[in-house]
Design a protein around this ligand. Sequence first.
Ligand code: IPM
Ligand code: MN
Length: 371
Amino acid sequence: MATHKLLLLPGDGIGPEVMAEVRRVLAVIERKGLIAFEIDEDLVGGSAYDVHGKAISDEAVAKAHAADAVLLGAVGGPKWDGVAYEHRPEAGLLRLRKDLELFANLRPAICYPALADASALKRELVDGLDLMIVRELTGGVYFGEPKEITDLPNGQKRAVDTQVYETYEIERIAEVAFELARVRGNRVTSAEKRNVMKSGLLWNQVVTATHAQGYEDVKLDHMLADALGMQLVRAPKQFDVIVTDNLFGDILSDVASMLTGSLGMLPSASLGAEDPVTGKRKALYEPVHGSAPDIAGKGVANPLAMIASLAMALKYSLGKPDLADTLDRAIAAVLANGYRTGDIYVEGAKRVGTAEMGEAVAAAFDKLLAA
Ligand code: IPM
Ligand code: MN
C-alpha cells in the first residue's frame, strides 16, 4: 500500500483542539488498514511566531511542499495583535497559499437536515442546501502590489491595496468551477463588481470566454457580488457553484456558512494546478472558521468543519472518495443522533464538547466502515 504524507498544522486558538479530533479519525483509518499515513506536525501562525519569530518556518513550508495533503487548524488571536504586520499569524497561512500556488479554494456549504433549525434563516430556505463557493485564492487584493501605508506631506496617511487579476488567473479558476459544476448541478454563477471595477470587467469577460471554449454544456450566469450576497440570504438554494475572487469569496463564504447553521460546519480545500506528470495537486485543507480565541482551550469548539476538511482531503488528494463519503455520512449520523456543540445547540439536543463530538464521529465512522 502506498504511503500518504500528511502534514498537520494545528495553529492557534481552537486549532489544536479540533486537530486532535482529526487525529482520532485518522487513527480509525489506519487501524482498519485503509490508508497508510506518514504523519508529520509543525507550527503555523502565532504559535510559530512564538518559537521562530515568524508565522511559518521555511522547514514547515518545505514539508508542506512535500506533503500529499496539508491539514491546517486555524491561525491568529489577540495575543499577537502587537506583532509586526509581516509576522502576524495570518501571514503564515497566506505564505502557504502563495508558495504552494493554491489558487482554487473550494468551500462547500451543505445544510445537514438535522441542522436546518440551527441556521439563522428559516428551515425551508436552507433545508437540503448544497452549494459550492469556488474562491480564487492567490490573487486579487490579498496579494496585489502596491500594498502600503505612506505618509503624506499634509501629515495625513494614505493606504493602498491593489486589486489585480491577469487573464490566466481568471481562466484557471473558471475552469475549476466549470469542471466541478459538471459533477454537481451543472450551473455556475460568477460574481464580480464589473459596474465599478476594471478587474470585475475583465473577470466577467474571461469567465464568459472560458465558458465559450468547451464548457457550453454548463449553465453560466453572472451576478454582481453585492446582489449575490443578497440572494444568498434570500434564496440560497438557487445556487450550485459560485465562482468569485479572493476578497468577495472570503466574505460570501462566511455568509454561506451561516446558512448551514454555524461557521463551525464549513470545511475547505485549497488546491494547486494538476501536475501534468503525476496528476497530483498541491493541497491544503482547513475549516473556514477562525481560531475563536474566546472559546480556545475550553474544549467546547465544534470539530466538524475540521473533520469535514479531512473528508475533502480523502476525496481530492488521497484518492478515496468513498471513504470521504462515509466520513460525511458519519458526521450526518452524529448530528441526526442529536449531538451538538454549543454553536449548533438547540433545545433538547445532547450538548457535547470537542472531544465527545470527535469520539462520536470516529465511532460512527468505524461502525459505517464495518457495515
Ligand atoms: C479565510 C480567513 C483568511 C482569509 C484569514 C485568516 C487570512 O478569513 O480563510 O477565510 O481572509 O482568507
Ligand atoms: Mn475568511
